[in-house]
Design a binder for this molecule. Structure first.
Ligand SMILES: [Zn+2]
Length: 177
């Protein structure tokens, strides 16, 4: 899942109206509720971790973004981050932290624009890779909160665990155990 905790979809994939203009939304917009750590949804290698500031390049709209080339041959884009936590070349597993949600680039409020492209470069419906419907709503489980309750951990311990790069996967595993 793209967050370890609860999150909401604020704008689904597909045609929409943006600031009064028809627009084809090629990704899905998600906002973390439990926390703002954006996680890899699949295994792969970090192929880009950057921000483009040259406005003649439309990629500037993504602000701080991370691209993961999945082992499945697809490209995964995580955009508008306030902070990137991975560097190019790193292998990531599903659940690893990639960055912190933000409002960089062409963005109106903190969120993550998540986009998936197939081998031919076409954007595909990203909700499939999140295991959720392509619709506004609240999704996910608060595994972090479950684990804190279940094991009676202090806020200090939780903050310490948050720094672990595989924390999201750990919380899910312990929460389900
Ligand atoms: Zn978007």
């Amino acid at each position: 899942m793209i967050y370890s905790g609860k999150f909401k979809v604020t704008s689904p994939f597909g045609p929409r109206t943006l600031n009064g203009q028809p627009d084809d939304h090629r990704g899905i917009d998600v906002v973390g509720i439990t926390d703002k750590y954006v996680c890899a949804v699949t295994h792969g290698r970090v192929a880009a971790s950057t921000i483009i500031t040259d406005k003649t390049d439309r990629t500037w709209e993504w602000g701080n973004y991370v691209r993961v080339d999945g082992d499945d041959g697809r490209r995964y884009y995580y955009c508008h981050l306030s902070k990137r936590l991975v560097t190019v070349g790193r292998r990531v597993k599903a659940g690893d932290y990639l960055g912190i949600e933000g409002n960089t680039g062409y963005s109106f409020g903190t969120h993550c624009h998540f986009e998936v492209r197939d081998r031919a470069g076409n954007s595909v419906n990203p909700s499939t890779f999140l295991g959720i419907p392509n619709a506004c709503g609240t999704y996910g489980e608060d595994w972090r909160g479950e684990v804190q309750k279940k094991f009676g951990l202090s806020d200090g311990t939780m903050k310490y665990l948050d720094r672990y790069e595989h924390a999201a996967a750990l919380f899910r595993k312990l929460g389900q155990a």
